[in-house]
Design a protein around this ligand. Structure first.
Ligand SMILES: [Zn+2]
Length: 476
């Protein structure tokens, strides 16, 4: 107890004197220990992190791959850049030749391959350059800072443009260092009317071409009359041709595309065949005579591309055979390879070699009619017995297979399996207009007549002239 008492009082002052120290010492010791623990922990942590970094992160370091693509241009930077650098441009034109490509064309123009690739990549998102055909014009643009000379080092490829179809222009233009964008521009076209009034002196083809009509439109013109005219035998010197047709021009007065035949008349041996184009409510077009009968008949009189018939007047030296008791068909002399048309809608009932006929096709039509075509050089692809064909569809090509002295089409018409003279049959038109259609036809005739009169009051009636003042008048 004493000890307890002694120690206790001693302890108390000690405790009173020294508790501070003891507490301080204890606190200091705790702090030292804490510092040590912290140091150890920190050291361990730093060491661990270092070790981890070395063992785990270090091998990963090369992983962040650098993008091969440049960062997308910032809109703000782009505008600023554009604003700060007004550029001057010039262009050079080139054309795709056989076996050519847009890439080759750009390389030919000296465009850096990386820049050309970037421009072509942009284009491919909107348009497949492989769709471009031989003869396609391309303009290649160069730009340089305004005020500098065109041959400055700062001059660079600015893009290119082309017209893939008459009503559209595609522009590939530079927007940044290797950035290109594609802009599709609509080309507004205006239609102008042309009138031809000419005498046929050698062939309809030559007369129409000579007056300025395009080859494609002439083929259409001849097709139009092929229902009613035998272009091998019917044409005579002095026959007269009248055609009203359109062409479409761009804003620069450049011909953008051929238009349509609006009216056509052929006066053949005194008989006038005249047809007016009529737009139907469903958007299709048809050609009708003055009485509203459609130009198309059950069978065509010239079931071959009449533009290529080797017909001149009096081709006496070439045996162009007519229909006789011994020759039960009509011959059309034309160069080898001339397209042969199905004379009417129908089904192929024979296709193959047929003795003296050579390569032969026979088509069954309505009303007991059939037509046969002989001496072909080849058939149109994918045709076989049982195939359905449409009138005017190409079924084969002129040749001299079988017993033939030269390339020609031997054409037969059969009625209930008996040969008949194609020139004797008078098949009615496919259809005729009803009352409402007739009224539309009369209106169309009036409008077309007025236009022809306006065009024909030119000094030279035989010349086909564009009329600028009519260019804004749209065809009905
Ligand atoms: Zn024959």
């Amino acid at each position: 107890m004493n000890a307890d008492i002694n120690t206790a009082p001693q302890a108390v002052p000690q405790a009173q004197d020294q508790p501070v120290d003891a507490v301080l010492l204890a606190q200091q010791a705790r702090r030292r220990r804490a510092r040590l623990r912290f140091s150890i922990a920190a050291f361990a942590a730093v060491f661990s992190i270092g070790w981890l970094a070395q063992t785990m992160l270090a091998p990963e370091m090369p992983k962040p791959v650098l993008s091969a693509k440049p960062a997308p241009p910032h809109a703000a930077i782009q505008t600023q850049w554009a604003g700060l650098a007004p550029m001057q441009r010039s262009h050079a034109s080139d054309m795709l030749v056989s076996g050519d490509s847009l890439a080759a064309l750009l390389a030919r123009a000296g465009i850096n391959a990386v820049e050309a690739d970037a421009a072509l990549d942009a284009l491919r998102n909107e348009f497949d350059p492989r769709r471009l055909k031989v003869g396609q014009k391309v303009r290649i643009f160069t730009e340089w800072p305004a005020g500098a000379a065109a041959d400055t080092d700062a001059a660079r490829f600015a893009g290119f443009d082309f017209i893939p179809e008459p009503r559209q222009r595609l522009i590939v233009r530079r927007t940044s260092h290797l950035g290109f964008e594609v802009v599709k521009q609509v080309r507004p076209l205006s239609e102008r009317f042309f009138f031809t009034d000419t005498l046929v002196s050698s062939s309809v083809y030559e007369a129409a071409r000579g007056s300025g009509m395009s080859p494609n439109l002439v083929v259409e013109l001849i097709r139009l009359f092929s229902f009613s005219i035998d272009f091998q035998r019917d044409m005579r010197e002095g026959d007269q041709l009248e055609v009203l047709y359109t062409r479409r021009f761009d804003d620069n007065n450049q011909l953008a595309e051929e238009g349509d035949i609006v009216f056509a008349a052929l006066t053949n041996r005194g008989k006038r065949y005249a047809y007016w184009r009529l737009a139907h409510d469903d958007g299709s077009n048809g050609y009708y005579d003055d009485e509203g009968r459609s130009v198309s008949r059950l069978l065509m009189r010239t079931p071959v591309d009449g533009a290529r018939l080797s017909s001149r007047f009096g081709m006496r030296r070439h045996p162009i055979l007519g229909y006789t008791r011994l020759h039960r068909g009509l011959d059309f002399a034309a160069p080898r390879g001339t397209p042969i048309y199905a004379a009417g809608n129908g089904t192929i009932e024979a296709l193959g070699r047929n003795g003296d006929y050579g390569r032969y096709i026979r088509i069954r039509h309505r009303n007991g009619y059939a037509t046969a075509y002989a001496h072909m050089s080849r058939y149109a692809r994918r045709l076989k017995k049982g195939s359905e064909v449409r009138q005017g569809q190409v079924i084969g090509y002129v040749g001299a297979s079988g017993l033939a002295t030269g390339p020609h089409l031997h054409y037969e018409v059969l009625r209930h399996k008996k040969p008949v003279n194609p020139r004797d049959i008078n098949v009615p038109p496919q259809h005729a207009l009803e009352e409402a259609g007739l009224e539309k036809l009369r209106n169309a005739q009036t409008a077309i007549g007025a236009r022809i009169n306006a065009l024909a009051t030119n000094d030279n009636r035989l010349r086909s002239l564009p009329r600028r003042n009519l260019s804004t008048v749209q065809n009905r």
